[in-house]
Design a protein around this ligand. Sequence first.
Ligand code: V47
Ligand code: SF4
Length: 376
Amino acid sequence: MQVNNELSILTQQTQLSKNLQAIANKVMASERISTDDALVLFEEGEIGFLGMLANHIREKKHGQKTYFNRNFHIEPTNVCVFSCAFCSYSKLYKHREDGWELSIDQMMDIVKKYDGIPVTEVHIVGGVHPKLDLDFFCDLLQQIKTHRPDLHRKGFTAVELDYMFRKAKLTRQEGLQKLKDAGLQSLPGGGAEIFAPNIRKQICDDKIDGDGWLDIHKTAHQLGMHTNATMLYGHIESYADRVDHMYRLRMLQDETQGFNCFIPLKFRNKDNDMSHIAESSIIEDMKLYAVARIFMDNFSHLKAYWPMLGRSSAQLMMSFGVDDLDGTIDDSTKIYSMAGSEEQNPSLTTEQLRELISSVGRIPVERDTLYNEVEN
Ligand code: V47
Ligand code: SF4
């Protein structure tokens, strides 16, 4: 096998430590690596070595395929009762006149804009507005389902859901069942940030904790819904915090198999209360994606969310474990452009996205939310 040859050449050239050699052997034998191994990879792994292992796994799982989907976002509001230090997007409820708040009719107008256009998914996510409650969102979901039944409805982070359910005095199971009955089909991965309590306390103290986030996703999985998982990296967290976060996700995935994909989200530092923290380098980004691909063996897909990472970094990450670039999103996605992503107008046509993928030697494949291939 070519990668074995490459590995032995690399081993001779770089004199891998005993630890790194042992990890490489595990990966080549398709064995799971431990949390200690993941830490060693972060601390000692050269970028070429990490890339080769991650790419080996990625090609074993997906060959040259890189997935994308056709979706659009609805952001019902940027008014939020919480005050995450990294957030450049929300307007606190007391300054709500500076924010936006869409009515159901306005959101249905967005849905109708895509009539006749072959999108497969609507992604609904926003701030936590105290007046937009569970019944409001059930009404929205029902209207979307009635108008366009085939459009997959993915929506609401665990943070939004936790607030909605507590206000409605429902358990997580009851609340999720109600949304499911109204038409919700899967959950996005936002709100996970970093699970470690000491970091969470410093960056998003007032919202749902890590255990709560995991419990909402577990409950959704038990109700037959798929969900995504994220990790906000590159701020004040340590390598050990990253490994702890990924380990907790890997354990839940062992239990439920309910996660579709893992999406690392690179911290952006414009116009927020953490602007004094430098953004991670591209080398650190490559390392993070590669270690995630190597460690999270029970996640089928690793997604680089290109509006956040930028187009050329997303292309690079396809050699560091990534097999999915998310979608052709229109300019309604504001969370990253407001936080300083180089993608100030995050919109690509399907042809441009295909070209982005094929120009680095991969095969673009359109998927739906559940990774079924879409026939064109
Ligand atoms: O939870 C907020 C992140 C997330 C910043 O599931 C920031 O398909 C970087 O989760 N720098 C929400 N990140 C978005 C999200 C998402 C995005 C795309 C696809 C999916 C999916 C989910 O955005 C938040 C937070 O982690 N975020 N501010 C920032 N300054
Ligand atoms: Fe609100 Fe989400 Fe921003 Fe936190 S990240 S302040 S929960 S919109």
